[in-house]
Design a protein around this ligand. Structure first.
Ligand code: URA
Length: 234
C-alpha cells in the first residue's frame, strides 16, 4: 500500500466522511502506532497500526462496503475481455474491491462493491432471495393478462421465474415505465422476462437492493455504506 493521508485512510475504512475524519483527528482520538496524531498531513504506511477511540484498524484488513450509482456503459466485472470501462474504475479507494453481483453493461443504478468475500457470497446466494427493485422503460404497454403472467412466473429458457411484481408507473405513446421487483438474480433476468411478455426493455435501472435505495446518489457517484445500512443488509 502506498502512503496515504490519515484522514483519507479513515474515510476509506468507512469510519466517517473525509471531513468528519479530519474532525476525529483534531479531537485527538486517533492514534498511529500508539501516538496521538492531531494534525493534518500525517501519512499512514503499510504496517502502521491505526486506532480510533482505542479500536484498532489494521491497514489492509479493513472491510470496505461501497454503493455506486452505475452509469450505463460500464461492465461490472473487474476485468473485461474488450477493455471496456469497469465500475471498479469509478470508485477511488485504496483497497482492492469487487462488485457484489452483476448489472449488465447497459443497465444503470445501484451496485455494491466490497473486499469482503463473505459478504459477497451471502448477498448473492440464491437462498437469501434478496429483493431487487428495478425501473424499466419498456416497449409498448402491457395489458392485464401480460402483467399477471409476469407476476405468476414465466418460462425463460430452461426455468420458470419465481413470482415477481410489476406495476405501471407511467404510460407514454408506445412505451411504458414500470417498476419490477424480483428476488432472483439470473443472467439478464429482467430483460428476458420483459421479452417473454412481448415488451422488450429499452432502459433499465436498479433502484434498490433489500432496504437499501439509491436515494440522491447521482450517476457515477459512490459512497461508503453506513453502519446501519450494512447491518440491515447483513
Ligand atoms: N436484469 C437484467 O436483465 N439486467 C440487469 O442488469 C439486472 C437484472
Amino acid at each position: 500500500m502506498e502512503e496515504i493521508r490519515l484522514q483519507k485512510y479513515l474515510a476509506d475504512a468507512g469510519i466517517a466522511s473525509r471531513r468528519k475524519s479530519e474532525e476525529l483527528i483534531n479531537r485527538g482520538i486517533v492514534k498511529v502506532n500508539g501516538v496521538i496524531i492531531n494534525h493534518m498531513g500525517f501519512k499512514v504506511k503499510e504496517g502502521d497500526i491505526v486506532e480510533v477511540n482505542d479500536s484498532v484498524l489494521h491497514i489492509g484488513s479493513n472491510k470496505i462496503y461501497v454503493m455506486l450509482n452505475k452509469p450505463a456503459g460500464y461492465v461490472s466485472t473487474s476485468k473485461d475481455q474488450f477493455s471496456r470501462k469497469s465500475v471498479v474504475d469509478l470508485v477511488d479507494v485504496n483497497e482492492r474491491i469487487y462488485p457484489v453481483g452483476r448489472l449488465d453493461y447497459d443497465t444503470s443504478g445501484l451496485i455494491l462493491l466490497t473486499n469482503d468475500g463473505d459478504f459477497t457470497y451471502k448477498m448473492t446466494h440464491p437462498k437469501h432471495e434478496m429483493k431487487k427493485v428495478y425501473i424499466a422503460l419498456i416497449e409498448g404497454i402491457p395489458d392485464e393478462k401480460q402483467l399477471t403472467s409476469f407476476k405468476n412466473g414465466l418460462m425463460i429458457e430452461d426455468y420458470i421465474t419465481s413470482p415477481a411484481k410489476i406495476r405501471i408507473i407511467n404510460k407514454y405513446t408506445n412505451k411504458a415505465k414500470v417498476e419490477i421487483i424480483i428476488h432472483e438474480g439470473k443472467n439478464r433476468q429482467v430483460r428476458k422476462m420483459c421479452d417473454a411478455i412481448g415488451h422488450p426493455v429499452l432502459e433499465l435501472k436498479r433502484v434498490a437492493i433489500g432496504d437499501l435505495s439509491l436515494g440522491e446518489l447521482k450517476e457515477g457517484q459512490w459512497r461508503h455504506l453506513t453502519k446501519e445500512e450494512l447491518e440491515k443488509l447483513k
